[in-house]
Design a protein around this ligand. Structure first.
Ligand code: ZN
Length: 157
Protein backbone atom coordinates (compact mmCIF):
# COMPACT_ATOMS: atom_id res chain seq x y z
CA UNK A 1 0.00 0.00 0.00
CA UNK A 2 1.03 3.58 -0.55
CA UNK A 3 1.93 5.59 2.59
CA UNK A 4 -1.35 7.53 2.18
CA UNK A 5 -3.42 4.34 2.19
CA UNK A 6 -1.44 3.00 5.13
CA UNK A 7 -2.32 6.13 7.08
CA UNK A 8 -6.00 5.92 6.13
CA UNK A 9 -5.99 2.26 7.17
CA UNK A 10 -4.68 3.18 10.61
CA UNK A 11 -7.25 5.95 10.95
CA UNK A 12 -10.23 3.79 9.98
CA UNK A 13 -9.14 0.91 12.22
CA UNK A 14 -8.65 3.20 15.20
CA UNK A 15 -11.93 5.03 14.61
CA UNK A 16 -13.97 1.83 14.42
CA UNK A 17 -12.23 0.16 17.34
CA UNK A 18 -12.79 3.21 19.54
CA UNK A 19 -16.33 3.92 18.38
CA UNK A 20 -17.70 0.61 17.08
CA UNK A 21 -20.89 0.86 14.98
CA UNK A 22 -23.87 -1.44 15.58
CA UNK A 23 -22.42 -2.23 19.00
CA UNK A 24 -24.72 -3.60 21.69
CA UNK A 25 -27.58 -6.00 22.25
CA UNK A 26 -30.26 -7.09 19.81
CA UNK A 27 -33.35 -8.09 21.81
CA UNK A 28 -35.14 -9.86 18.94
CA UNK A 29 -32.13 -11.72 17.53
CA UNK A 30 -32.93 -15.02 15.83
CA UNK A 31 -29.39 -16.35 16.14
CA UNK A 32 -26.44 -15.54 18.37
CA UNK A 33 -22.86 -16.58 17.65
CA UNK A 34 -19.97 -16.27 20.07
CA UNK A 35 -16.70 -16.07 18.17
CA UNK A 36 -13.44 -16.79 19.89
CA UNK A 37 -9.89 -16.21 18.68
CA UNK A 38 -7.75 -17.66 21.49
CA UNK A 39 -4.50 -16.90 19.65
CA UNK A 40 -5.02 -13.17 20.17
CA UNK A 41 -7.69 -13.17 22.91
CA UNK A 42 -10.42 -11.66 20.74
CA UNK A 43 -14.08 -12.29 21.45
CA UNK A 44 -17.08 -11.32 19.35
CA UNK A 45 -20.69 -11.81 20.36
CA UNK A 46 -22.78 -11.47 17.26
CA UNK A 47 -26.56 -11.10 17.36
CA UNK A 48 -28.36 -11.45 14.08
CA UNK A 49 -31.98 -11.13 12.99
CA UNK A 50 -32.69 -13.10 9.84
CA UNK A 51 -35.79 -12.36 7.79
CA UNK A 52 -38.15 -15.00 6.39
CA UNK A 53 -36.20 -14.85 3.10
CA UNK A 54 -32.91 -15.48 4.94
CA UNK A 55 -31.74 -11.89 4.52
CA UNK A 56 -29.98 -10.01 7.29
CA UNK A 57 -32.58 -7.67 8.78
CA UNK A 58 -30.50 -6.53 11.71
CA UNK A 59 -27.10 -7.20 13.22
CA UNK A 60 -25.29 -6.08 16.33
CA UNK A 61 -22.14 -7.16 18.07
CA UNK A 62 -20.34 -6.79 21.34
CA UNK A 63 -17.04 -8.12 22.53
CA UNK A 64 -13.49 -7.16 23.19
CA UNK A 65 -10.07 -7.76 21.73
CA UNK A 66 -7.52 -6.11 19.51
CA UNK A 67 -8.30 -3.10 17.33
CA UNK A 68 -8.29 -5.18 14.13
CA UNK A 69 -10.91 -7.65 15.40
CA UNK A 70 -13.25 -4.95 16.69
CA UNK A 71 -12.85 -2.67 13.68
CA UNK A 72 -13.44 -5.56 11.27
CA UNK A 73 -16.64 -6.46 13.15
CA UNK A 74 -17.84 -2.85 13.13
CA UNK A 75 -17.15 -2.37 9.41
CA UNK A 76 -18.69 -5.73 8.64
CA UNK A 77 -21.99 -5.02 10.41
CA UNK A 78 -22.30 -1.72 8.52
CA UNK A 79 -21.68 -3.47 5.22
CA UNK A 80 -23.90 -6.52 5.74
CA UNK A 81 -26.96 -5.03 7.42
CA UNK A 82 -29.98 -5.30 5.11
CA UNK A 83 -28.22 -7.61 2.64
CA UNK A 84 -29.54 -10.83 1.17
CA UNK A 85 -28.01 -14.17 1.99
CA UNK A 86 -26.40 -14.41 -1.46
CA UNK A 87 -24.87 -10.94 -1.14
CA UNK A 88 -23.42 -11.83 2.25
CA UNK A 89 -21.84 -15.03 0.94
CA UNK A 90 -20.28 -13.06 -1.93
CA UNK A 91 -18.91 -10.41 0.47
CA UNK A 92 -17.57 -13.08 2.78
CA UNK A 93 -15.63 -14.73 -0.02
CA UNK A 94 -14.37 -11.39 -1.33
CA UNK A 95 -13.24 -10.29 2.12
CA UNK A 96 -11.49 -13.58 2.81
CA UNK A 97 -9.63 -13.34 -0.50
CA UNK A 98 -8.76 -9.71 0.26
CA UNK A 99 -7.03 -10.49 3.56
CA UNK A 100 -5.36 -13.76 2.52
CA UNK A 101 -4.47 -13.63 -1.17
CA UNK A 102 -1.56 -11.50 -2.27
CA UNK A 103 -2.96 -10.88 -5.74
CA UNK A 104 -6.61 -10.38 -4.82
CA UNK A 105 -8.18 -7.23 -6.23
CA UNK A 106 -10.43 -5.50 -3.74
CA UNK A 107 -13.95 -5.31 -5.18
CA UNK A 108 -15.50 -1.84 -4.95
CA UNK A 109 -18.52 -3.35 -3.20
CA UNK A 110 -16.41 -3.86 -0.06
CA UNK A 111 -16.11 -0.10 0.49
CA UNK A 112 -14.00 0.84 3.53
CA UNK A 113 -13.42 -2.85 4.22
CA UNK A 114 -10.90 -2.72 1.38
CA UNK A 115 -8.53 -0.94 3.74
CA UNK A 116 -8.32 -4.15 5.79
CA UNK A 117 -6.14 -5.68 3.09
CA UNK A 118 -3.26 -4.34 5.17
CA UNK A 119 -3.50 -7.43 7.39
CA UNK A 120 -2.12 -9.52 4.50
CA UNK A 121 1.30 -8.43 5.63
CA UNK A 122 0.65 -9.88 9.12
CA UNK A 123 -0.57 -13.49 8.79
CA UNK A 124 -1.29 -13.80 12.52
CA UNK A 125 -3.75 -10.90 12.27
CA UNK A 126 -5.84 -12.58 9.56
CA UNK A 127 -7.69 -14.54 12.27
CA UNK A 128 -8.44 -11.26 14.04
CA UNK A 129 -9.86 -9.74 10.85
CA UNK A 130 -11.83 -12.90 9.97
CA UNK A 131 -13.32 -13.56 13.43
CA UNK A 132 -16.57 -11.58 12.95
CA UNK A 133 -16.91 -12.99 9.43
CA UNK A 134 -16.58 -16.55 10.70
CA UNK A 135 -19.32 -15.73 13.18
CA UNK A 136 -21.69 -14.37 10.53
CA UNK A 137 -20.96 -17.35 8.30
CA UNK A 138 -21.97 -19.60 11.19
CA UNK A 139 -25.09 -17.51 11.83
CA UNK A 140 -26.24 -18.12 8.25
CA UNK A 141 -25.63 -21.85 8.64
CA UNK A 142 -27.28 -22.02 12.02
CA UNK A 143 -30.27 -19.73 11.21
CA UNK A 144 -31.63 -20.05 14.76
CA UNK A 145 -30.36 -20.55 18.31
CA UNK A 146 -27.00 -19.93 19.91
CA UNK A 147 -23.58 -21.33 19.04
CA UNK A 148 -19.86 -20.77 19.60
CA UNK A 149 -17.19 -20.75 16.89
CA UNK A 150 -13.44 -20.64 17.32
CA UNK A 151 -10.78 -19.65 14.82
CA UNK A 152 -8.85 -22.70 16.01
CA UNK A 153 -11.54 -25.32 15.38
CA UNK A 154 -12.09 -23.80 11.92
CA UNK A 155 -8.47 -24.54 11.08
CA UNK A 156 -8.77 -28.19 12.06
CA UNK A 157 -12.03 -28.73 10.17
ZN1 ZN B 1 -6.79 -9.92 17.51
Amino acid sequence: MSPELDELYQEVILDHSRRPRNFGELADATVRVHGDNPVCGDEIHLAVKLGVDGGLEDIKFSGHGCAISQASASLMTMKLKGRSRAEIVTMLQAFHALVTEEAAEAPKALGDLRLMQGVRKFPQRVKCAMLAWRAVEQALRQTVGEVTVSTETDLMA
